[in-house]
Design a protein around this ligand. Sequence first.
Ligand SMILES: NC(=O)c1ccc[n+]([C@@H]2O[C@H](COP(=O)([O-])OP(=O)(O)OC[C@H]3O[C@@H](n4cnc5c(N)ncnc54)[C@H](O)[C@@H]3O)[C@@H](O)[C@H]2O)c1
Length: 439
Amino acid sequence: MRIAMVGAGYVGLVSGACFAEVGTEVCIVDTDAAKVASLREGKVPIYEPGLERLVTDNAREGRLSFTTDLAEAVRGAEAVFLAVGTPSRRGDGHADLSYVFAAAEQVARAATQPLVLVTKSTVPVGTGRQVHEIVRAARPDLAIEVASNPEFLREGNAIGDFMRPDRVVIGVEEGAGGERALAVLRRLYRPLYLIETPILATGIETAELIKYAANAFLATKITFINEIADLCERVGADVHDVARGMGLDGRIGRKFLHAGPGYGGSCFPKDTLALARTAADSGAPIRLVEATIAVNEARKSAMADRVVAACGGSLAGKVVAVLGLAFKPETDDMREAASLVMLPRLMAAGATVRAFDPAAMEQARPLLPAGIHYAANALEAITGADALVLLTEWNEFRALAPERLRAAMRGDVLLDLRNVYDPEAMRAAGFHYSSIGRP
Ligand SMILES: NC(=O)c1ccc[n+]([C@@H]2O[C@H](COP(=O)([O-])OP(=O)(O)OC[C@H]3O[C@@H](n4cnc5c(N)ncnc54)[C@H](O)[C@@H]3O)[C@@H](O)[C@H]2O)c1
């Protein structure tokens, strides 16, 4: 079977390489010529564990190829996936669908055989219908079926998530065309999942909404435990035990109950915003999600205030070391990272900032104010610092020995915004240690 993937970003590259790994012939097309050139040389332009090997192995075997020529990618493909970006539109928070619509039209015009056009990008309810209109207008002569197949992978664990997902959601239109589309997608997914993974076949609107509802629920869960953590601090409770006590209840579940500096990343912020806009426009506002968005936004700035408070009310003349810049470990993705809000505020309050991230420094540099010192490693960042802020919980930061940290620093303030360190060990090493929601 041959398929095409439009967009060589996190989703397009991972899903394209995974389909190729189980024997599908995959051509990935991207408008970014530099990205395509580097992929052809076996260099993966993003940091995602295991991806480089998967890409180079499958390219060598001839199952995975890269091009900037859409017509070449679409030729002979039974399914063409749209995996282009859907960022927040400037000004109103709706999803910007211009990349999706442009790509859909380009695919329809380039097609020379019947195919299934599958939207993998996260798109608001109703987009599938619009894609259908675009395709019909461009190619009334050709049987192009539209389908929705939202992607649930997480950056940092993307290959594992794609290879072993909890479920696959496929939305198709009613009628014979929809049945044909579903049959093609079942055949495509079969070698990956055989019988273990439930495939949920729905209408297109339902599939589109499942993705937003799932992301909004997870974002709300995080925000809930963050507010509980704030309460814990006021009343002397421990958020770890509260989360554990809640999460062991099978109806609640243990995941996404880690208190921290607020969610970021390429999905939750824009998807919650887009869902809230769609819901309000449809006359069914979801106030719970609106509150989640507002609480999370405020939280990132509040984290900078915590640093100021921990440093005695002023950062003037202080050196603050920040470990971790990406929105989470095991990725170089800086989209909506807490660091983008916090670091400028620390600098505006007078701090000199020294930062280190194992993967995201190159991506971070153009997004953060000038004047930050980017250290070569964690130890260099903290040496001589007055305060240390742990912002992203990369494993190598978890492993730092308290005494070694303390000896390298000038001051004794340690703000652990991911609750990874043992408070007693840090206090025993002489730190003025604080974390989130723990006494
Ligand atoms: N990143 C994630 O973890 C994740 C997870 C699930 C779903 N999603 C969704 O998947 C979609 C893609 O996300 P991403 O993070 O992979 O995006 P990305 O920004 O990393 O990549 C998108 C790619 O599409 C390319 N592109 C844009 N228009 C094109 C066109 N007309 N033809 C060819 N290429 C084109 C861009 O050059 C870019 O390389 C988004 O809708 C996102 O919400 C992302």
